[in-house]
Design a protein around this ligand. Structure first.
Ligand code: ADP
Ligand code: MG
Length: 269
């Protein structure tokens, strides 16, 4: 099992964001995490990445407890892409992409031509090869996001952990990014966990889905079984319609006057 989570509690202060979580992800599998703002998705993802201590329960990568994996090996095993990218210093797009090779280099080694090729190939995949010499500070939000994903492709970990990878992307690039990562995962050597806000994309691209509720409860399983009208209406505390066309299903938020009335009554303008 690439990722095994047993009885995991994730808390901040007194609040339990996620209670007794159990899940297992094999190579070739992908998991979408859905939940409202503030539900604890990012905190869970950083915990899975080994960037927060575990309060209760366990997380194993390849059957080894996260805490026992040396930092360099951990960087080869799992790649984490945070919600926001921060650049304190000027650097070129190529230099940022090359950072993904660092877990694979010796302590004093410089990047080789092979590393540069890998970085250029990843930039190509996200449509940024022509920007290789641009300063990272000149990129738009969506371009910066795609660069972060390119650096992760260069890192080529066995487990991808992506926090809202589509947040700044237009539709065309969002689909391109999902296609790229799905292709990598489908090759059978890697697994993917990604936080999303779109149940339709979760159903289309991810075999499994985890719904994280505001009270720390959760539902995890096959996307087609977990992504139901009832579960999503409860998750987002907003009624959703399910549109069916043969085997295809789409969820759309309900916007009738009754819902508008409910929202006004609850004080939201
Ligand atoms: P999500 O990614 O689902 O939107 P987060 O995991 O970022 O949610 O945050 C979960 C909750 O924990 C939120 O209410 C957030 O305000 C709170 N939180 C996150 N980090 C901290 C922190 N360092 N100190 C206090 N509260 C925090
Ligand atoms: Mg978040």
């Amino acid at each position: 099992m690439r990722l095994t989570v047993r009885d995991l509690d994730v808390s901040i202060g007194e609040r339990v964001l996620c209670r007794s979580l159990n899940l297992g992800l094999q190579n070739g599998e992908s998991l979408a995490i859905l939940g409202r703002n503030g539900a604890g998705k990012s905190t869970l993802l950083t915990t899975l990445a080994g960037l927060r201590p575990i309060q209760r329960g366990s997380i194993d990568i390849d059957e080894v407890p996260l805490a026992e994996i040396q930092p360099k090996l951990l960087a080869q095993l799992r790649g984490y892409c945070p919600q926001q990218q921060q650049d304190a210093f000027s650097a070129t797009v190529l230099e940022i992409a090359l950072v993904g090779r660092h877990p694979h280099l010796g302590r004093w080694a410089w990047e080789s031509m092979r590393d540069v090729e890998l970085a250029c190939d990843a930039l190509d995949q996200v449509g940024m090869r022509s920007m290789a010499n641009r300063d990272v500070h000149t990129l738009s939000g969506g371009e910066r996001q795609r660069l972060a994903l390119a650096a992760l492709l260069v890192q080529a970990p066995t487990l991808y952990l992506l926090d809202e990878p589509l947040a700044h992307l237009d539709l065309n690039h969002a689909i391109a990014v999902l296609d790229i990562f799905s292709r990598h995962v489908a090759s059978g050597q890697q697994a993917l966990v990604a936080v999303l806000h779109d149940p339709n994309l979760a159903r289309r691209y991810f075999q499994r889905t985890l719904l994280l509720f505001d009270d720390g409860s959760w539902i995890e399983g096959n996307s087609a079984e977990v992504l139901t009208q009832d579960n999503l209406t409860r998750l987002y505390a907003h009624p959703l319609h399910c549109l069916q066309d043969g085997a295809q299903q789409w969820f759309v938020p309900q916007t009738d006057s009754q819902v508008a009335g409910d929202i006004q009554q609850s004080g939201v303008k």
